[in-house]
Design a protein around this ligand. Structure first.
Ligand SMILES: *Cc1c(COP(=O)(O)O)cnc(C)c1O
Length: 246
């Protein structure tokens, strides 16, 4: 079973890497400038271990309850070779726990959450539960009109949030992140990612170290690469459908 699963993941990963390579070629970008984050939510630690063995260096999780135990289950050597990204909506009261196992939280959308993560990371550092500041990206809401406000900071609120993160001693700002609005065709998605790219560029003028643009999932990674994404968060295309694993 395990060998079958490894082979299945290897084949999926190869297909996704080929898609990323082709998208980079089409955009005139270097494939090594794009980081593939395998989103392993709903899938077991054994899959994470397989992926690590297949050369994956970045994994993403979106639920604290599931992610904490899963990361703890990993062989320490596997764990230390990975960067663990938390990419889901996060309640402030879970922030402290997330700082125990995540290297990066991509879904920072409000100052209150940033401060809670900062306190948690400070405690975790003091206790030796972590050894580096917590990387963060600002999640931006790319919706327009009536759909605004469902997830992520509104574009006009990003500068204030960046300032709040600046005031956090144990947070390390890496850039911006977004999920494409639902129900758009390719050109609509591209326009949304272009708005994110413009925000990213503005941010990088002040702070070149915050260069991440995390965008693109299984269905729209080509569009994200064309728009300049540096980090892709890919679940289904690597791990398979989540429905059957409910
Ligand atoms: C689940 C998830 C992904 C991956 O989505 P797929 O469509 O399965 O590739 C990416 N980003 C976030 C925030 C997610 O929750």
């Amino acid at each position: 079973m395990s060998a079958d699963r490894r082979a299945e993941l290897a084949a999926n990963l190869e297909r996704v890497r080929a898609r990323v390579d082709a998208a980079c070629r089409a955009a005139g970008r270097a494939p090594e400038d794009v980081t593939l984050v395998a989103v392993t939510k709903f899938f077991p630690a054994s899959d994470v271990a397989h992926l690590a063995g297949l050369g994956v260096r970045d994994v993403g999780e979106n639920r604290d309850q599931e992610a904490g135990p899963k990361v703890a289950e990993l062989d320490p050597q596997v764990r230390s070779a990975l960067t663990v990204h938390f990419v889901g909506q996060l309640q402030t009261n879970k922030a402290n726990h997330v700082t125990r196992y995540a290297d990066v939280v991509q879904s920072v959308d409000r100052a209150k959450l940033a401060r809670a993560l900062d306190r948690g990371a400070g405690t975790a550092l003091a206790e030796g539960a972590r050894h580096t500041p917590l990387g963060v990206t600002v999640q931006v809401d790319l919706e327009e009109g009536a759909d605004r406000g469902r997830g992520g900071a509104l574009p006009e609120d990003v500068p204030a949030l960046v300032e709040a993160i600046d005031g956090c001693e144990h947070l390390d700002l890496r850039g911006v992140m977004a999920v494409a609005p639902r129900g758009l065709d390719e050109s609509g998605t591209r326009a949304a990612f272009d708005r994110l790219a413009a925000l990213s560029e503005r941010l990088r003028q002040d702070r070149p170290e915050a260069w991440w643009m995390s965008a693109g999932m299984s269905g729209d990674l080509e569009t994200a690469v064309a728009a300049g994404a540096t980090h892709l968060r890919v679940g289904t295309a690597i791990l398979g459908s989540r429905v059957s694993h409910g």
